[in-house]
Design a protein around this ligand. Structure first.
Ligand code: HEC
Length: 165
C-alpha cells in the first residue's frame, strides 16, 4: 500500500515537472516566434515605394548621391533634419510645394526665420548655384521631392536654369 502511494507521488511529481517544463518551452518559443513576425511587418514599411519608370529611377539615383554628398550632413540622410538647427525636408510642404520656390532656395540659399512643422529655424542655408550644376540641382530637388514619403513632381535642369535671383 505505502509503496504504491510512493509511486503515485513520484508519478505526480514527474507529471508536474514535465508540465512545468513544457510550459517553459511553449512560452519561450512563442517569444521567439513573435520577434521574426514584428521584423517582417516592419520591412515593407522600411522600403520606400519603388520608382515606377527607369528614367525616374536614374534621376533618383543621381539625386540621392548629390543629396548624400552635399545635403545629408545638415538635413540628415533620412531628411528628418536636426530640431532647432536644420529643418526637415521629409514631410515639409515647402519642399513638395511650388517647384520654382524650392529651386530658388537651393540655388540661391536661404536665411531668416522659417517655421517648419511647428518648429522655428533661423539659420543659413548656403547657395548651391555656384557649386552644383543645374542638372545636379534638378536631380537633388527631384530626389527630395519624391523621398521619405514626399510625393511631388520632378524638376529639370532647364527649370533650374530659368529661375533668376
Ligand atoms: C550647412 C547646412 C546645410 C546644408 C549642407 C544644406 N542645407 Fe538646406 N537648409 C539649411 C538651413 C539652416 C535651412 C533653414 C534656413 C533658414 O533658417 O532660413 C535650410 C533650408 C532648406 C530648404 C527650405 C526648407 C523650408 O521649409 O523653408 C530646402 C528645400 C533645403 N534646405 C534643401 C537643401 C538641399 C537640397 C541641400 C543640398 C544641396 C541642402 N539643403 C544643404 C542648412 C543646410
Amino acid at each position: 500500500m505505502s509503496s504504491l502511494r510512493k509511486i503515485g507521488f513520484v508519478a505526480a511529481g514527474l507529471l508536474f515537472a514535465l508540465s512545468a517544463c513544457s510550459k517553459n518551452t511553449t512560452s519561450s518559443s512563442s517569444t521567439a516566434s513573435s520577434a521574426p513576425q514584428s521584423s517582417a511587418a516592419a520591412s515593407p514599411a522600411a522600403s520606400p515605394a519603388a520608382a515606377t519608370s527607369p528614367v525616374a529611377a536614374a534621376a533618383n539615383t543621381a539625386g540621392a548621391s548629390v543629396y548624400n554628398t552635399n545635403c545629408a550632413s545638415c538635413h540628415q540622410a533620412t531628411g528628418v533634419g536636426v530640431a532647432g538647427a536644420f529643418p526637415p525636408l521629409a514631410g515639409n510642404p515647402t519642399v513638395t510645394g511650388v517647384a520654382t520656390k524650392v529651386i530658388h532656395i537651393v540655388k540661391y540659399g536661404l536665411s531668416g526665420a522659417v517655421t517648419v512643422k511647428g518648429k522655428s529655424y533661423n539659420g543659413m542655408m548656403p547657395p548651391w548655384g555656384s557649386t552644383l550644376s543645374n542638372a545636379d540641382i534638378a536631380a537633388v530637388i527631384s530626389y527630395v521631392r519624391s523621398s521619405w514619403g514626399n510625393a511631388a513632381t520632378p524638376v529639370t535642369a532647364a527649370d533650374v536654369k530659368a529661375v533668376a535671383k
